[in-house]
Design a protein around this ligand. Structure first.
Ligand code: COA
Length: 272
């Protein structure tokens, strides 16, 4: 098995293996631009057997930390130490803290713990009817990506302009802002892929706005909406009490406790 750094010429091979081992679980379109973004702005390594890509791992920089976006192997090569080799190869350096959303595959968590990350909280995938959420008087409207990135920089202290480039260019996605009067209090990304509506990401400055902001943003996304919510986010009781269904969860693992604020972010699992 060869482990090597991938380049943009590997986009087809990585997209092919990803479409087999990590197809869209919600029935939406396969998002090839996601893999192009990883190759252009992150670090991707591949595992090759007889010159065929059988697995890959990808890391992007998030505010000085290394976020493991993906680690996927073809079924036939699992359980033979290839996951560990890919993981060892993909980290850029030994000092920047590491984080990821671990799947519940039994081999994933042990790898991440040995790689210096501690399991911290679940990322809950929930689905439900936006009309069942409490009423909100907040106004939601399309927002320029650079304006949204500017709000996040002010509220959360990080620069996500590069990822906003990806989110804003997805043909089925729309960046939005949530206003209270004339003041923007949240920004996010709504996706409608083959009629599957997702609140793909949401960030806001004040945790006490969370429930109101999610209710307004979900209505704007569509009637039935998917969302990924940190278990300790203030919206979780509201969503469950409003009849939203739990689908599955990942586990947020990180080398340091406060790399992100789960009270003020509904993260995009791949790019945070
Ligand atoms: C998760 C995945 C990347 C791991 O790669 P892998 O090559 O199969 O795993 P490895 O063989 O390198 O190592 C897994 C380790 O976990 C250990 N392990 C497996 N099941 C375990 C369990 N239930 N409890 C404790 N350790 C376990 C293995 O024994 C091994 O450790 P060892 O080398 O000391 O024996 C791969 O199985 C995969 O692609 N799974 C499906 C996709 C997925 O869920 N990816 C993770 C996304 S976050």
């Amino acid at each position: 098995m060869d482990i090597r750094t991938a380049g943009i010429d590997d986009l087809d091979a990585v997209s092919d293996i990803a479409s087999i081992v990590d197809p869209p679980h919600d029935g939406g379109d396969f998002d090839r631009a996601y893999y192009r973004h990883l190759m252009q702005h992150g670090r991707v390594v591949v595992a090759e057997a007889s010159e065929i890509v059988v697995g890959y791992a990808a890391v992007i920089d998030v505010d000085g930390s290394q976020h493991l976006s993906d680690l996927f192997l073809h079924q036939d090569v699992r359980g033979h130490d290839v996951g560990r080799q890919l993981l060892d190869a993909v980290w850029k350096d030994g000092t920047a803290p590491r984080q990821t959303f671990a799947s519940l595959h039994p081999a994933a968590l042990p790898l991440y713990v040995r790689s210096g990350m501690t399991p911290r909280w679940p990322l809950l995938y929930l689905h439900g009817a936006s009309e069942r959420l409490p009423a909100s008087s907040l106004v939601v409207e399309p927002c320029d990506a650079s304006v949204a990135a500017g709000h996040e920089a002010e509220w959360l202290g990080w620069d996500r302009r590069i990822e906003y480039g990806y989110w804003s260019r997805r043909p089925e996605a729309q960046i939005f802002g949530v206003r209270e009067g004339t003041t923007t209090i949240a920004v996010g990304c709504a996706v409608n892929s083959r009629g599957v509506h997702s609140l793909a990401r949401l960030a806001y400055g004040d945790a006490s706005d969370a429930c109101d902001v999610v209710a307004a943003a979900a209505r704007w996304c569509g009637e039935d909406v998917m969302v990924a919510v940190p278990g300790e986010n203030p919206t979780v009781p509201t969503l469950i009490e409003s009849g939203w269904r739990y689908i599955e969860h990942d586990l947020y693992c990180a080398g340091e406790p406060d790399l992100i604020d789960p009270q003020r972010l509904l993260p995009h699992p791949g790019f945070m």
